[in-house]
Each structure stands twice: as C-alpha cells, then as structure tokens.
Ligand binder design. Structure first.
Ligand SMILES: Nc1nc2c(c(=O)[nH]1)N[C@@H](CNc1ccc(C(=O)N[C@@H](CCC(=O)N[C@@H](CCC(=O)N[C@@H](CCC(=O)O)C(=O)O)C(=O)O)C(=O)O)cc1)CN2
Ligand code: MET
Ligand SMILES: [Zn+2]
Length: 748
C-alpha cells in the first residue's frame, strides 16, 4: 500500500468565500493596501482552505494551488520562464509577476487564453530557444512550510510546454516542446528542493494528454517521467490528468511507474477499459477522479462507487479524487440562502464535493450502505410541456433563412448603410456608478423605477455619444447587464441565480454562472424595452443585443439529465421569441453573441463534429425566425478560430464581427478560404489593452481588409465590447475608427 491517502482533491478555489482575494489584489494594484497586507490576507485564505480540507477528513491535501493571479504563471516563475522584457523592468518579485499578468505602460502582458474547455483563462508562457530555465521553488516551499504534510502542485513539464507559445524572435519552426529535456531537469531540481523540505508527494498536472497528442509527444512524456522517476532524491510523484481520457498516453505513463496517476473517470471513463487490458496495475496508485470538478451537481455516489469498485479490481492501490481542480466551481453551497430547497438538495459546490470524496473513499471498506441516494431526474415541477412540445415539432425550415443574396438586398434597401459601416460590439464602459446602482437595488435603497431611470439616462448618454462620433450602427451600451450570461439567466425560467456562487475567470475577475436546472422558458421579453428606448432616440439603426445559446450554456452550470443539445435548443427558442419581439418593436439589426463557440469545442477531434452540429443548430434555431430584411449579426472573440471556420460559416449570420486586431486581419483570408462570403467586421482595435490605436494604424488595418473583402461587405468595429474600458480611451479610439473608415471609404 502506498501512503498517498485514500481521498484527495486536485485543487480548491483560492478566491475566498466572499472573493476576499479579488478585493485584496485589486486593493494592492490601486495602492490601497501594502504588499505585506496582501501577503497576510493570502496566508489567512490558504490556512482556511487547509483547515477546511483537513476537518472534512480528506487524507491527502494539496498545496501551491493558491495563486495571486494564475497557476500557470506560478509554474512559469517556478521554472524561471520570466521573459527578459519583464526582468529588465527592475520591479520587485511581486510587481514583476503582476507586470507579466497585466502589462505595464512599456510592456504588454503575456497573452491570456482559455484553460482547455473551461471559462478559466491562463497566461501563456513565452518560451524561446534561449529561455534560461532555472528552479525557483520559493512559492511551493513557502506553502509547504505553512502546511507541512501537504502535496505541492505544479504544472508538469510536458503540459507546461504544450500550453506555451514560441517567444517573439524564435526561429521558424521552433516549438516550446522542443525544450522538454531542459525543462525536465529544472522540474528535477524543484523536486529535489521539495524533498529537502520534507515533501512526501508532489503533484504534476499533465491535462494536455487528455487531448489529441502525436505519438512523438506521448513518447516524450514517457521519457520525461522515466527521467523524473529515476531521480534518487525526490518526493513520490503523482501525475494528475483531467478533462477527458488519456487513451494512448495511459500505458505510456504506467510504464514509467510514477507513484500515482490521476484519471478523470467522469469525462474519461473509457480509460477503465484501457486499464482492464493492461493487467493488474501495481506500484502505481490510481487516483480515481470520480466527482465532477467542473459542475455543481451532486454526484451519483452509487454509480461512482460502482466505478470505484471496478477500478479496485484493476489496480492494487486506489484513491478517490475530483475529476479536475475544484477551481471551476463556487466555494460553498451553505452561502446560498435564496435557492429553492429542491434545487439545493441536488447541488454540491466545492465544500460539498469534498464531503462526497470522503464518503466515496470509504465504500471499499464500509460498503455503499451509508451513501445518499442518487439525485435522479429533475422533478416534474421543473418541466415545461409547452417548450417540450415545441422542440418535438421542430422542422428543418425552423433553422433555415432565405438565400443570402435576397436577404442582403432586402437589408440594404431597408438600412441603406455605406460601405465600411462603423459600429461597436455592444457594451460601453461598465462604470462604478452603474454597478453601484445595482448594489443599491440589492440593498433595497433604490427601487425598480429609480433603477430604470438611471439606466435610461445612461442609454441616452451612450446613444448621444455615438451620434456625435458619427457611427453608422448604434448600440444601447448594455449598462443594465451585470454579465452577458448572468443577465439572461436571471430572467429565464429553468435558471437559478446564486447570491455568492463566484468562480474565478482570470486574475481577479470572477463570474457567477447561473444554474440551468429545468426546462427553459422566457417569462417575458428580456431586452426589448432597453433596445426600443435606445432606438426611439435616434434615426440610425440600433442593434438589438442578445447572448447566443452556445455561450449561455458554456458560461452556466447545465443540467446533466438530458442532452446538451436539448437544453441549447430550449434556450434557442427563448431567444427566437426575443428576436421576434425585437423585430416587432422596430429593431432592424439583431446581434447574437457567441464568444464561447470555440471555447467548448471538445478536446478530442472525434467528439467535435457532434458538438458543432448541435451548437450551430441552436444558433440557427435562435436566429432563423426573422424576416429577410432583419439583419442578424454574430460576434466571436477570445479564441483562435482556425478549427471552427466551417462552423462560423454555417451559423449563416449576415454579419460576423470577430477579434482580429492582434492577428493582423489574417482571419479574413481564413474565413474566405472556408467559403464565408457574407458581411464581416474584423476587429481593428484591441480593446483588451488601454492603448488608443492611432488613426493610421486603423487605416492600415482597413486597407489590408479591403484587399480581401469587398467594401460593401466589410464592417468597421473594435475587437469586442467596451465594458472594461474607460470613456477617455473609448471616445478617442472610436473617433480614430470612424475617421479611418471614412478615409478608406473615400479611396475605395
Ligand atoms: N460569464 C462570463 N464569462 C466570460 C466573460 C464574460 O463577460 N462573462 N468574458 C470573458 C473573460 N472573463 C471575464 C470574466 C469576468 C469579468 C468581470 O469583469 N467580472 C466582474 C464581475 C461582473 C459582475 O457580476 N458585476 C456585477 C456586480 C459585481 C460586484 O462585485 N458588485 C459589488 C458592489 C459594487 C458597488 O457597490 O459599487 C459587490 O457585490 O461587492 C454587476 O455589475 O452588477 C468582476 O470580477 O469584478 C470580465 C471578464 C470570458 N468569460
Ligand atoms: C465577450 S463578447 C461581448 C459581447 C457583448 N455584446 C459586449 O459588447 O460586451
Ligand atoms: Zn467579445
């Protein structure tokens, strides 16, 4: 028997029960608190997590899962992968760290990107042939000293490099992964330092192997761990994998005889069949990820126990864990005092999932007798026969619009827009005053009428600014939205909103994903009054603004008692009705945002077609009920779209606005190659940075764009919404954008 312990979690939320970390970190950035204050608060939050896990009875407890910003960045620091451009700023360690995360005037931040198919974002390490790796395990050692007996967690060398990008100036064809042998030596040194400090175990995360990998990448993984296992002076090594099945990487990792191997048996249960074919595993503890770390539903402990029993017949030594870090779920259900008790009964947040793990870990000894029964199907009260009947009655024509040429003609006649029409993506700055107004409503100090008046004043101001700037297609600015998904979740039937269910999205930014527990219904129009009011103030077209079904699902916790496709289509029907009402209220253009279309693309190619079929289908169902003369826009951002270009075309939107400024308009060639030949608005202003683009920069970008897309189909817009920007930047940047469009329009 190994001494791994029978129960563990791969990680735990670090933001604190009331987002204490967000407030402290933002306070430090604003100069309101000192570095010492920040460290003290962080130490308290960590101590609280370790105490919670210990008192819950968890036998193996991780450390170094805390982070001031991002755990991938923490591993980058631990292996010395701090790019020279940040070192030479000469800042303190903490400020160098935050400079990499957020950028400083002189130096843009590391790139932020999606953490696998989740709504968490990590900072992309920049690795070149000359990157000097050097062990810097101070953070892991400090946490180990605070919590002796815990298991420090780092990103493993192979996944770290697969997540990295080639540093600027690296030779053509260089891949960070080429540096694996060098990085493994640094991980070896870190392991040595942890062993010196008394660590018995270390956890190295290799989730990249739950996605498609080449045989060469699998061979390299095998060699890397064979090398680490062969070290004389090291803690025991636990390789954690998550978000799917290991498939061919499973036997490779077992061959290395790592001391423990974590499998995601929620999303990758087929690895059990693989194991069955390899003969009884001995010498490696199999850590079974049996409790889903990426949703909020109570586990079916009976089914999990059965799987655990199967596993115990295949391996000599087993333990129970979460399928992935609990980073992706809210902290504690106990904080939710307003939820329907019938729903609460079916939920488990991070704290509750720890109890599930502990209970499961005992079934091999004690049997399943004491386990609570499975939550079962959603109760009758959460079903809606009307929406079910509508779904059953769907026909292909519900997801098909008229021919694009006819639509384009009808829209041009009605809208009479110039070539290179200018617009924005929807949100205008989400100011403290707006958020404060919502907090006042929650506190009962502002009534609904007062709030509405406040939002209308904001809309009027936003419309007036756009008129002054000379934009062609206006927006209402989305002042009333706390978040583009939560806002809809709060209004739709079948959704529940939490009061404290915050989850880290990146750095100090958090989201409160709604919970879709029942059939989805639209109780009343959701956006029509705001859009109609904005349209009443101007003769220019105002875009209606909706979040699409795929993104609503991606950024919610979704019921698991029916196929995702059915839930997506229920959301789509609600949005279809909203489109209808917007049209009836005189809205001529409706934008349906799908920034998460690429995010939830399955990691394995074999699973992607089914996903794209239902996701594209739900978007089309939402948007196909309108007249030919109503123009449908969609908006995509936050991703590399290479793998989903045919799906973007299949959305059949009249106009697609897409993040492009950082990739220098290359997306236009890619879209054209995929057959896309409708309207397109490549972003010409990177709104992720406070930098105001010069007018000439925008002109250059537009000239590149008109070389690929005819002016009549080309739109001029920023990369994304402006909610995180300030008004000074917004006014200046939009003025440049409008002037640049006018200039290129004159010459083309
Ligand atoms: N769901 C979602 N996922 C997404 C994105 C997104 O926009 N939404 N964008 C991408 C990047 N991710 C992001 C995630 C969060 C934020 C963000 O800004 N979050 C805000 C919270 C937004 C929010 O819910 N705001 C609420 C209230 C928030 C709040 O903290 N209120 C204060 C009170 C404020 C006051 O009294 O003045 C409090 O409760 O303490 C509102 O506007 O009403 C934050 O962390 O600060 C941005 C981008 C990808 N994933
Ligand atoms: C993350 S995509 C955002 C789209 C939304 N309409 C906005 O402008 O904020
Ligand atoms: Zn966007």
């Amino acid at each position: 028997m190994s001494n791994f312990g029978r129960s563990t979690v791969l990680g735990y939320p670090r933001i604190g029960p009331h987002r204490e970390l967000k407030k402290a970190v933002e306070g430090y950035w604003a100069g309101r608190i000192t570095e010492a204050d920040l460290h003290a608060l962080a130490a308290e939050l960590r101590a609280d997590v370790w105490r919670t896990l210990r008192e819950a009875g968890l036998e193996a407890i991780p450390s170094n899962t805390f982070s001031y910003y991002d755990h991938v960045l923490d591993t980058a620091v631990a292996v010395g992968a701090v790019p020279e451009r940040f070192r030479r700023l000469g800042l303190s360690d903490l400020d160098t760290y935050f400079a990499m995360a957020r950028g400083v005037d002189a130096e843009p931040a590391l790139e932020l990107t999606k953490w696998f198919a989740t709504n968490y974002h990590y900072l992309v390490p920049e690795i070149g042939p000359d990157t000097v790796f050097a062990a810097d395990p101070a953070k892991a050692l400090a946490e180990l000293a605070e919590a002796p007996g815990t298991r420090p967690v780092l990103i493993g060398p192979a996944t770290f490099l697969l997540l990295a990008k080639a540093a600027d100036g690296a030779p053509e064809g260089f891949r960070p992964f080429d540096r694996l042998d060098d990085l493994v030596e640094v991980h070896a040194q870190i392991l040595g330092a942890l062993a010196d400090a008394g660590a018995e175990w270390v956890q190295l995360d290799e989730p990249a192997y739950d996605a498609d990998r080449t045989p060469a990448e699998i061979d390299a993984l095998r060699a890397a761990y064979a090398r680490l296992v062969a070290l004389e002076h090291r803690p025991k090594i636990f390789v954690a994998t998550y978000f799917g099945a290991l498939d061919d990487a499973l036997p490779a990792l077992l061959e290395t005889r790592v001391d423990a191997l974590g499998l995601d048996l929620v999303n990758g249960a087929r690895d059990l069949d693989r194991l069955a074919g390899t003969g009884t595993v001995s010498g490696t503890t199999i850590v079974a990820g049996l409790v889903d770390g990426h949703n909020v539903w109570r586990a079916d402990l009976g089914a999990a126990a059965a799987r655990y029993a199967t596993l115990s017949g295949l391996a000599e030594d087993v333990a129970v864990s979460t399928s992935c870090s609990l980073l992706h779920v809210p902290v504690d259900l106990a904080a939710e005092t307003d939820l329907d008790p019938a729903l609460v009964e079916r939920l488990a947040f991070a704290r509750q999932k720890v109890d599930e793990i502990v209970a499961l870990s005992k079934v091999l000894d004690d049997g399943v007798g004491g386990l609570p029964a499975s939550p079962g199907e959603a109760p009758e009260a959460w079903r809606d026969q009307t929406v079910r009947a509508r779904l059953d009655a769907l026909r292909p024509e519900h997801s098909r619009r008229g021919a694009y040429a006819d639509r384009a003609a009808a829209q041009q006649q009605r809208l009479n827009l110039p070539p290179l029409a200018t617009t924005t993506i929807g949100s205008f700055p989400q100011t403290d005053a707006l958020r404060h107004a919502r907090a006042e409503v929650r506190a009962g100090r502002l009534d609904a009428a007062g709030y509405e008046e406040r939002m209308r004043a904001e809309i009027a101001d936003v419309v007036a600014r756009q008129e002054r700037l000379g934009l062609d297609v206006l927006v209402h600015g989305e002042p009333e939205r706390n978040d583009m998904v939560q806002y809809f979740g709060e209004q739709l039937g079948g959704f529940a909103a939490t009061v404290g269910g915050w989850v880290q999205s990146y750095g100090s930014r958090c989201v409160r994903p709604p919970i879709i527990h029942g059939d989805v219904t639209r109780r009343a129009p959701m956006t029509v009054a705001w859009s109609a009011y904005a349209q009443s103030l101007t003769s220019k077209p105002v875009k209606g603004m909706l979040t699409g079904p795929v993104t609503i699902l991606a950024w919610s916790f979704v019921r698991i008692d029916q196929p995702l496709a059915d839930t997506a289509n229920q959301v789509a029907l609600a949005l279809r009705d909203e489109c209808h009402d917007l049209e009836a209220a005189g809205i001529r253009i409706i934008q349906v945002d799908e920034p998460a279309l690429r995010e939830t693309l399955p990691l394995r190619r074999a699973d992607q077609k089914a996903y794209l079929d239902w996701s594209v289908g739900s978007f089309r169902l939402a948007t196909s009920g309108v007249a030919d003369s109503t123009q449908i826009h969609t908006h995509l951002c936050y991703s590399e779209f290479g793998e989903v270009l045919p799906a973007i075309d299949a959305l059949d939107a009249d106009v697609t606005s897409i993040e492009a400024s950082r990739s220098k308009m290359e997306i236009l060639d890619d879209l054209a190659a995929a057959g896309y030949s409708r309207g397109v608005g490549p972003g010409v202003w990177d709104i992720h940075s406070p930098r105001v683009p010069a007018r000439d920069e925008v002109t250059d970008a537009l000239r590149r764009a008109v070389a690929v897309v005819p002016a009549q189909r080309l739109w001029v817009n920023p990369d994304c919404g402006l909610k995180t920007r300030g008004y000074a930047e917004v006014e200046a940047s939009l003025a440049h954008l409008v002037a640049a469009a006018a200039e290129v329009r004159r010459d083309s």
